[in-house]
Design a protein around this ligand. Structure first.
Ligand SMILES: *Cc1c(COP(=O)(O)O)cnc(C)c1O
Length: 461
């Protein structure tokens, strides 16, 4: 299995190399040269498997010779053991033909645990064979950073530094980043906002002396290994609802297009999916693009579903690559246009995208109404991101069962949930001591060389 860049100018890599590299050298994103497919009979044979065994069968064809079979099974076992639910991604019913897939039973209560827990194990396994050590630096608005701290803490070949905007993440998110006590993970509370944090991480990747000196790697949502881990739960839900004999639809609350792109890969592998619905909050560049064909940036408007507050949607480039017939030069040209504000998707590409994806948006008042209504109608407490999904899903219900992805636990966003429905959601019992654990973080200014010095000093110890 070989991986190619969406811009066509970067070296062709193996799975392990694509995972360690993250972003391609030509600025593009890695995708499989050809997506492996399964027949309906092969998919039907997966029904009833444990989540970890299903993950093994779905992911194995993408991995090449990276791991031995037993080795990969043991990495999956370690990755998902800390989950608080035996089914890993259980379904609950919201209405006659509408289901919620709860992706928030991982150690940091958001769907990012599914990919991050596994990429931590996979990176450690690859590095321990070569004896190498890497430094991972990431910026977060909350969920990615907490998932990464939890996944990488205590791993012997990785140092992890997470930059988060000081005072701008929820208390639960901050505590999840600042309470792990292992010496290889570091939470940095930086002055500025999320964009400043992200800009400093980009600066570090563009500083080649620093990049090579500390052996910098990334685990943000464009990493192919993260997308691949998320493909599994689309199979899991479909098989539970009568797939592959029966088609199932999915609605995915999305920002960077990572999760919904995983659904698209599941469909390309042969999973019968009726509709893939993109659900955005008021930061609706994706909904506007599907409806009008114009992919135009519009500034970020902070919302009560902050993990979807994006200006551009980085993984959308992967969908564009397919929509443009896998023409790397065409994708490069679009991305150059995007720098000056946006581009128009060609008619042929737009038809391909519309035949695969439907879309909808949900504003702030609608998000709060949906949290309230869902609780009254079903007793289910939705986080604001999941509420965006549920509202848009309700506009797309049809004959096929609809599965909406619940991307975070409501207790991760207690203020927004309380404002919507009047009660404050409680943390699951296994996390109830989060507020008693000791915090450890470093306050640093928005200054590249100070940040780089801090990282160099810490990895030397
Ligand atoms: C990251 C995140 C999203 C958006 O996921 P993408 O893969 O970027 O589309 C949605 N909800 C929550 C809770 C998240 O943490």
């Amino acid at each position: 299995m070989r991986y190619i860049s969406t811009r066509g100018q970067a070296p062709v890599l193996s799975f392990a190399e694509a995972m360690m590299t993250g972003l391609a050298r030509d600025g593009g994103l890695y995708v499989p040269e050809a997506v492996p497919t399964m027949t309906e009979t092969e998919i039907a044979a997966l029904a009833g498997l444990h989540y970890e065994e299903l993950a093994f069968r779905v992911m194995w064809p993408f991995l090449g010779d990276t791991f031995a079979e037993d080795e990969f099974r043991s990495l999956l076992a370690k990755a998902y053991a800390p989950f608080g639910h035996a089914a890993r991604a259980p379904l609950v019913q919201l209405g006659p033909n509408h289901f919620l897939m709860e992706l928030f039973h991982g150690p940091t209560l958001a769907f990012k645990d599914f990919a991050m827990q596994l990429i931590g194990q996979m990176m450690q396994a690859v590095l321990s064979k070569s004896g190498e050590r890497i430094t991972i630096v990431g910026a977060t608005s909350g969920d990615t950073g907490s998932a990464a701290m939890e996944a990488f803490r205590g791993l012997s070949n990785v140092d992890l530094f997470i930059l988060f905007p000081h005072g701008r993440v929820s208390e639960v998110q901050r505590r999840q980043m600042t309470t792990p006590s292992e010496a290889n993970v570091h939470a940095i509370a930086m002055s500025g906002d999320f964009d400043d944090c992200q800009a400093r991480v980009k600066d570090m990747f563009n500083d080649f002396d620093f990049r090579d000196g500390v052996r910098l790697a990334g685990v943000n949502s464009i990493n192919w290994a993260r997308v691949l881990a998320q493909v599994v739960y689309f199979f899991h839900a479909s098989l539970a609802l009568g797939g592959p004999q029966r088609k199932v639809s999915f609605t995915v609350p999305t920002g960077n297009f990572g999760d919904i792109f995983a659904g698209y890969i599941a469909q390309k592998m042969g999973l019968p999916i009726e509709k893939l619905v993109i659900a955005t909050n008021q930061n609706d560049i994706l909904d506007r693009a599907i409806k009008s064909g114009a992919y135009v940036t519009d500034g970020v408007k902070p919302s009560i579903s902050p993990s979807m507050d994006i200006q551009v949607s980085s993984n959308f480039e992967r969908a564009l690559f397919d929509a443009y017939g896998r023409d790397g030069a065409a994708v490069s040209a679009l991305m150059a246009e995007l720098k000056s504000g946006g581009f128009h998707i060609s008619q042929g590409a737009l038809e391909m995208l519309r035949s695969t994806f439907a879309s909808g948006r949900c504003d702030e008042a609608e998000t709060r109404d949906t949290i309230r209504h869902a609780f009254t109608a079903t007793g289910e407490i939705l986080c604001p991101h999941s509420a965006v999904g549920v509202k848009v899903a309700e506009e797309h219900l049809g004959a096929a069962p609809m599965v909406t992805l619940a991307t975070a636990h409501p207790a991760k966003f207690p203020d927004a949930v309380e404002a919507a429905m009047g009660t404050r959601p409680a943390l699951p019992p296994r996390m109830a001591d989060l507020f008693d654990r000791e915090e450890r973080m470093t306050r640093l200014p928005n200054d590249l060389s100070l940040l780089q010095n801090f990282i160099r000093e810490r990895i030397a110890n």
